[in-house]
Design a protein around this ligand. Structure first.
Ligand SMILES: Cc1ncc(COP(=O)(O)O)c(C=O)c1O
Length: 438
């Protein structure tokens, strides 16, 4: 067995009792033994990204045998084989997103297969072309800042980093972002032009914004006249319990407050049908939609309408969507439950260790004592369990307390998840035991 080198033990405090030192030493040696046994198992598991498992992809297998040979005309008479057609997407594809988002089809565009690409493009349009209400391009406006609730989605932050946009982290608390801080920042600072929001089953905390938080976001006063909410509703229908969480429609809320153009809402079927070949959508005000269309129409002669039609044939009525999401839940919920129950069993007695128990979405956020996240992730990697890099869910990859670890239980099998959750717990215990000896 390839044993881990024991740490040399140093006395950090002269008056520390010998008994307490001995206890820490014993805890450390016990944790190290367990870790060596974990390593000897030679696991090889990847829990770094929130990918659907092959079983989940199989639920959409009928889409792969649908043939367009005699079925290529849309409900509006569009020949889906050809160039052109409606640049907001086929009516039947927009209908699918109306079910997902609870928004009127008139305010929905279906475009491409990636909502992240839509987010990226809208930021690029705002940077280069100016905002829907006629404000000048952000590249000509000096410093541009985004509020970034943390922990958050690493790819959101990478987009901002690539554009040189300043990221202002604001903590996520029980009901969503800390709204007192958000309201103050947007009110005082005209460089704050936007905010990332994952209102439902957030990545990675699983937290859902309360109705009050959503009303405050939709109605808050902002110094920037071209302020926007980037409302990434990626997990709108991805429930893990039989309680389907409901949130108010931000488009309605902000329009009622007099800020019709405030929100760009995003969703996709990446975690509904086929992750690599899904549909993505933007829902927003009439004015924002025309603005988006005026720019995006330049970059393509038309969307992939056959994929839109293929989705419409598969998800014919809302109940087919509901049934599909129920199938996903039947596979995902036991995996989440396995992680949560293992953490309760093996980590429940530890101080400053806690985790989220989401009612939906794809992630669990594990919090460990300050300074222990990077070491835990490293120990896990050395034992064959790949986790998302520590710090990834923070702007510039800087989790200043080094205490958050994102757990993505969707891809491995249930028995692998059991192994991985136990393994992670062993690594957490060793990382803490090591830190206590320093
Ligand atoms: C919050 C969030 N938004 C967007 C995405 C990516 O979506 P898409 O596949 O539509 O680009 C993910 C993927 O994990 C996500 O977690």
């Amino acid at each position: 067995m390839n044993k881990t080198n024991p740490k040399s033990i140093t006395v950090s405090c002269d008056n520390e009792s010998l008994a307490s030192l001995k206890e820490k030493q014993w805890i450390y040696e016990d944790a190290l033994n367990k870790y060596d046994r974990l390593k000897a198992r030679g696991l090889s598991l990847d829990m770094s990204r929130g990918k659907p498992s092959p079983t989940q992809l199989g639920f959409s297998q009928p889409m792969l045998s649908w043939t367009s040979a005699n079925d290529f005309i849309s409900i509006d008479g569009v020949d889906c084989r050809n160039y052109g057609g409606p640049s907001l997407g086929l009516s039947e594809a927009r209908q699918i997103f109306s079910w997902i988002l609870g928004t009127s089809t008139a305010n929905i565009a279906v475009a491409g297969n990636s909502s992240l690409a839509l987010m990226h493009d809208i930021i690029a349009f705002l940077m280069l072309k100016g905002s829907p209400n006629g404000n000048k391009p952000w590249v000509k406006s000096g410093q541009i800042s985004f509020i970034c609730p943390v922990p958050g989605y690493d790819r959101h932050f990478s987009i901002l980093e690539s554009f040189g946009i300043t990221m202002l982290p604001v903590p996520i608390i029980e009901n969503g972002p800390d709204m007192d801080t958000v309201e103050q920042l947007v009110f005082e600072d005209p460089s704050v032009k936007a905010m990332w929001c994952m209102p439902k089953y957030s990545n990675p905390t699983g937290i859902t914004y309360s109705a009050e938080t959503i009303h405050r976001l939709g109605s808050m006063k902002t110094a920037a006249l071209d302020f926007h909410l980037f409302w990434d509703n990626a997990y709108a229908v991805h429930h893990l319990s039989d309680k389907s969480v409901f949130i108010p429609d931000i488009l309605d809320v902000s329009a009622t407050a007099g800020y019709e153009n405030r929100a760009f809402v995003f969703a996709s079927t990446s975690k509904i049908t086929l992750s690599g070949s899904g549909l993505a959508a933007l829902a927003t005000s009439d004015q924002n939609l025309s603005w988006w269309q005026s720019h995006s129409d330049l970059r393509s002669i038309g969307p992939d309408k056959l994929n839109q039609l293929r989705h419409a044939r598969f998800l014919k009525v809302k109940s087919s969507l509901d049934r599909l999401m129920e199938s996903h839940r039947s596979v995902l919920a036991p995996k989440f439950n396995a992680v949560v129950s293992t953490f309760h069993r093996l980590l429940g007695s530890l101080n400053e260790v806690e985790w989220t128990e989401p009612l939906g979405g794809y992630f669990i956020n594990l919090k460990v004592p300050t300074g222990c996240a990077t070491r835990t992730v490293q120990l896990a990697a050395d034992a064959g369990i790949v986790l998302t890099a520590a710090g990834a869910s923070f702007p510039y990859r800087k989790d200043y307390k080094d205490c958050n670890i994102r757990i993505a239980p969707s891809f491995p099998t249930l028995s692998q998840i059991n192994d991985a959750a136990e393994g992670i717990a062993v690594c957490v215990r060793l990382a803490i035991a090591e830190s206590e000896l320093e």
